[in-house]
Design a protein around this ligand. Structure first.
Ligand code: PAF
Length: 289
């Protein structure tokens, strides 16, 4: 594995690969790698000749109340994990290399941001698309890999790639789950024993809502109501949101139709958990249900 610490060296390497027509799978990360990242690397490994992973804690996507300085970092451990996951190039740039002096152009996301987790994270997705634009230009990937767990990020990045004609494919990789269905997250360790027993109900409530939809329910409020009741009855967590939108547009729906996302965020004592499922809903007229 080649560890590259500056953008000029990366450019040289990528140019050589591109002249040879090599396919490049790209996994952008902020480091402190966990199983979710390694699953993305595995997917990239299976479908591309070269895998590039970046580790960059992007200051621009942290709000004033979000602790950029205390974001966990462990480059030595990450380097070892990336090597074991079959990464070919690990790119670990300095902030001064990615953001060279004053930026003369800034990026601002207009759609898909004022919902779900984005509602409370003003400017967060502006930072995400800014850094990804830079990284996509540097890495020139054939495919870039993101976890479906952060479905809003995937939707925003799909908007970026489509609006600005980035010549790459976004691959959304299904959420990795524990055996009992709980979405894997580094935050799960902060759950108390009782909360850990309750937490799988988050996914269970989403699956039950999916069943209701399969049985013909098309009213978004009925679905979000069912999920909320389920979570309140079975967990001690406080619901932050239970929402349903079209996907990836993240627009409000009067009736459920087409590709939709059911998404939840629940605050437990020391951990805020999020989960979602994306499903394709036939209209009742189409299916004669
Ligand atoms: O999901 C993340 O870790 C970050 O938002 C990303 C995509 C690496 C951009 O900094």
């Amino acid at each position: 594995m080649n560890v590259i610490k500056n953008s000029s060296d990366l450019r040289l390497n990528i140019e050589q690969l591109k002249t040879r027509g090599t396919t490049i799978g790209f996994v952008p990360t902020m480091g402190y790698l966990h199983e979710g990242h390694l699953t993305l690397a595995k997917e990239a490994r299976e479908n591309n000749e070269i895998v590039v992973m970046s580790i960059f804690v992007n200051p621009l996507q942290f709000g004033p109340n979000e602790d950029f300085d205390h974001y966990p970092r462990d480059v030595d451990r990450d380097t070892e994990l990336a090597r074991m996951a079959g990464v070919d190039i690990l790119f670990i740039p300095e902030a001064s290399d990615v953001y060279r002096g004053k930026q003369s152009v800034t990026m601002s996301v207009k759609e898909r941001v004022d919902v779900l987790c984005g509602r409370k994270r003003e400017g967060h997705f502006d930072g995400v698309v800014t850094v990804l634009t830079k990284l996509f230009h540097l890495v020139q990937p054939t495919r870039a890999y993101f976890g479906q767990k952060d479905a809003q990020q995937v939707a925003v990045v799909e908007g970026l790639v489509s609006d600005y004609f980035f010549p790459l494919e976004i691959v959304s990789v299904p959420t990795v789950r524990e055996e009992d269905g709980l979405a894997k997250s580094s935050r799960n360790v902060y759950l108390s024993h009782e909360e850990r027993v309750e937490a799988p109900f988050l996914y269970r409530s989403l699956k039950e809502a999916r069943e209701s939809i399969e049985l013909g329910e098309r009213n978004p409020s009925v679905i979000t109501g069912e999920i909320s009741v389920d979570i309140q009855e079975h967990t001690s967590g406080t619901i932050d949101y239970v929402e349903v939108y079209s996907y990836p547009e993240l627009e409000k729906l009067d009736r459920l139709k087409g590709d939709i996302i059911l998404a939840i965020a629940v605050q437990f004592q020391q951990a805020r958990l999020i989960d979602n499922i994306i499903i394709s809903v036939e209209s009742k007229e189409d299916s004669n249900v």
